[in-house]
Design a protein around this ligand. Structure first.
Ligand code: G3I
Length: 328
């Protein structure tokens, strides 16, 4: 086996990350070992979401989040916070309370203050707002928007900046590489936001299917457009799912590796892209088969933690970049 991914990435100040599942970190030693060995950045997969953190108004249980953050610190990994404002995984009590505008705004600001404040100086980047744009380009119809109005986005960024002035603040979304309507609307949102709020960057989730790789022809231009606005453009949740029942085909796994390689290369070539996170350590615990029955095998390590072609494609792009720097 060659060098672990993180060793290759560290060589050039690049972050290669994975999302981390608090339960698996304590339940599966092989999982923890692979996470610490391969990645120099980590994003808690669920532990920092509002609905997971807060069982009752004003009450927080940081047990899982603290455990993931402590793991990252023990392994000298950067930590990306995910996610402060989303329309999903909200506390049940929040919708039941039927808050008015003033109450929900206060809850939003208090929530962000509590969570960002707790990890100030330790979590270096936050997904402040996630998926505020629907795939058709219209504003997402969330509790936040319905009750507070479009201003909730600006209010959230300002609260995050107050709670940790050092953390880099991101707008995070999916599908920006695929749908022009979605990408154009997200661009318009961040263009506006960057003038009125402390926005540092955009996170491209990139949950892909192996056969929609053709969209990637547009990716470079899309990333360039955001970078030209003066924004950081990181890849935050990459996975590339394949038909997996009963087994993924060799051809799909090869194409998957090419897709991973292409995205890593585009990120490495763009000075504003300095972090690429895959949405899981191993196919064994990926969210994909639960949400897309019959599909899976979307990550770099298989169910048994064996290295896949996709892993080798990522490693070889990281190596190529390092070799290029040594020659230059
Ligand atoms: O914690 C409960 C557990 O108590 C229960 O027994 C079990 C039964 O289903 O569910 C557990 O909760 C699950 C949770 O993950 C923790 O594993 C939820 O059902 C499940 O819906 C939840 O899924 C997460 C999903 O976000 C929620 O939409 C995935 O793990 C997580 O990978 C996924 O991540 C999202 C990003 O946050 C945003 N971008 C898209 C990405 C993929 O959907």
């Amino acid at each position: 086996m060659g060098q672990a991914l993180r060793a290759l990435a560290e060589h050039q100040g690049f972050q290669i990350g994975a999302c981390a599942n608090a339960r698996m970190l304590s339940a599966d030693p092989a999982y923890a070992a692979a996470l610490g060995r391969e990645f120099n950045s980590l994003t808690p997969e669920n532990a920092l979401k509002f609905g997971v953190l807060s069982p009752a108004p004003g009450v927080y249980d940081f047990t899982d989040a603290d455990a993931v953050v402590a793991f990252a610190e023990r392994h000298a990994m950067a930590i990306r916070g995910h996610v402060l404002v989303w329309h999903m995984q909200l506390p049940r009590w929040l919708a039941q309370a039927k808050p008015d505008r003033a109450e929900l705004t206060a809850t939003l600001v208090e929530h962000i203050g509590a969570v960002v404040g707790r990890y100030a100086g330790r979590i270096s980047a936050w997904d402040v707002v996630n998926e505020a744009v629907a795939p058709d380009g219209r504003p997402r119809n969330s509790l936040w928007r319905r009750v507070i109005g479009p201003d909730y986005v600006r209010i959230a960024f300002e609260a995050a900046r107050r709670a940790d002035p050092q953390a880099r603040l991101f707008y995070n979304d999916f599908g920006l590489e695929a749908s022009a309507a979605h990408a154009d609307a997200a661009d318009a949102l961040v263009a506006r936001l960057r003038n009125e709020a402390p926005l540092d960057g955009v996170g491209l989730q990139m949950h892909l299917r192996v056969d929609n790789g053709r969209w990637l022809d547009l990716l470079q231009a899309r990333m360039g457009r955001l970078a030209a606005m003066g924004l950081q453009v990181d890849v935050t949740e990459l996975d590339v799912r394949v038909p997996a029942a009963p087994e993924p085909s060799a051809a799909d796994l090869k194409q998957q590796a090419e897709t991973y390689g292409k995205i890593v290369r585009l990120c490495l070539e763009l000075p504003q892209c300095s972090s690429l996170t895959v949405w899981g350590v191993t196919d064994k615990y990926s969210w994909v088969p639960h949400f897309f029955p019959g599909e899976g095998a979307a990550l770099l390590l298989d169910n048994k933690y064996a290295i896949k072609q996709a892993y080798n494609a990522v490693a070889s792009e990281l190596r190529r970049k390092t070799a290029g720097q040594e020659i230059a």
